[in-house]
Design a protein around this ligand. Structure first.
Ligand SMILES: CC1=C(CCC(=O)O)c2cc3nc(cc4[nH]c(cc5[nH]c(cc1n2)c(C)c5CCC(=O)O)c(CCC(=O)O)c4C)C(CCC(=O)O)=C3C
Ligand SMILES: [Fe+2]
Length: 344
């Protein structure tokens, strides 16, 4: 029986002085060129050096705590991040001090793949190693991109955004691009890879089906890394050009690859993509990510209860349940192996 829930997220800066050290934590050893870092630093500084992500996580945690309390489930929720304070190493140390011996982990990413899933296992491994003897058992909850509450929250968010558009529009889903090599390595090796992009396509299909939308696109955003390394394409900005050339009058963007309206969403979509649409004379609206929707707290609690009662997973796709890992071990041998790092 677990005695706590660890909310494990990406982390983000909360003041200007945090920005550079945060970015250095994110990109350590990943071959991201310094020019890209300078550019991204400016995005954060343009928002006063504060990413919305930590506040969004804290608000979502409060909603989950209320939901757990209402159901009489006694499970204190702890918050730890990969890249910024509260750092997961410190949180897991605090859990051990509080006498937690076994906890469930909710990762704030719905998908498989190295960046979206396996890297959270590495965080768990690192945090437990930092605590050493007496570190709690940490069991990660499954991937939830195909959970009915995730899908319906996005569908309703698209409906709300579409109300801002007069007339016709194209529905466009976005997710964080990753190197093609990372997507190839996503999933268990015998599955043929591409688990991340296939799941993104599946989630987009499920949301579009809920909406009854026959036509839509799936594109990528927030590309990083050196230009010579191929990443998933097309990029949302190029895609807006292509849609404009076809005479599409307006777009509704749905950031299906994310759970919250953090800086990658508000910068890359609400700033860059909206500006681009305006330049092209296209209508533009963006659907909210689900973390502030009451369904999100219910989803997290359902995942917890699924685990406690061993109930079957409520899911809308045929992808196997994945991401349930123990103490940072991968889902399967060779699953979502870290990409080869560029040599120095
Ligand atoms: C798949 C994926 C998700 C979704 C899954 C999940 O949510 O976990 C995600 C989320 C996020 N990515 C975020 C921020 C950043 N990602 C970067 C860089 C990278 N992301 C990658 C992938 C992903 N990233 C990759 C392959 C890189 C290249 C370097 C590397 O191999 O790691 C960089 C470095 C600078 C740059 O080059 O952009 C930053 C600042 C934030 C926080 C936003 C905020 O502060 O509000 C969030 C939630
Ligand atoms: Fe990222």
């Amino acid at each position: 029986m677990p005695d706590a829930l660890l909310w494990l997220s990406f982390g983000g800066p909360e003041k200007p002085a945090d920005v550079r050290p945060f970015l250095e934590n994110v990109t350590r050893g990943r071959g991201v060129p310094p020019e890209r870092l300078d550019e991204v630093e400016q995005h954060y500084l343009g928002f006063g050096g504060v990413s919305p992500i930590n506040a969004l996580n804290r608000a979502a945690i409060e909603a989950v705590e209320a939901e757990l309390a209402a159901l009489g489930i006694d499970l204190p929720v702890y918050f730890g991040n990969r890249n910024w304070h509260p750092m997961v190493e410190d949180t897991v140390a605090a859990m051990a001090r509080d006498g937690v011996t076994s906890a469930l982990v909710f990762p704030t990413s719905a998908y498989g793949g190295y960046s979206a899933c396996r890297q959270y296992d590495e965080d768990i491994l690192r945090a437990r190693a930092a605590v050493g003897e007496g570190a709690p058992e940490l069991t990660k909850l499954r991937q939830f991109f195909d959970h009915p509450l995730f899908v319906s929250a996005f569908a309703d968010a698209v409906r709300a955004a579409a109300e801002q558009i007069d007339g016709e529009y194209r529905l466009v889903f976005t997710a964080h691009s990753v190197p093609i090599s990372a997507d190839q390595a996503a999933g268990p090796p015998e599955s043929g890879g591409h688990r991340y992009s296939k799941q993104v396509a599946e989630a987009a299909w499920l949301v579009a089906a809920d909406l009854g939308a026959g036509e839509y696109d799936v594109v990528w955003q927030s590309r990083s890394g050196p230009p010579r390394v191929p990443w998933l394409e097309p990029d949302i900005l190029d895609h807006l050009d292509a849609l404009h050339a076809k005479g599409v009058p307006a777009v509704v963007l749905c950031p299906v690859g994310f759970v919250s309206d953090h800086l990658e969403v508000v910068w890359d979509l609400d700033r860059e993509a909206r500006d681009k649409a305006r330049e092209l004379g296209m209508g533009f609206a963006r659907a909210a990510a689900p973390s502030s929707d009451p369904r999100f707290a219910r989803l997290v609690v359902e995942l917890v209860r699924e685990h406690l009662s061993d109930a079957p997973a409520r899911k809308l796709s045929d992808f196997p349940v994945a991401g349930r890992t123990v103490n940072g071990a991968p889902c399967a041998v060779g699953c979502c192996e870290p990409p080869q790092r560029s040599r120095r």
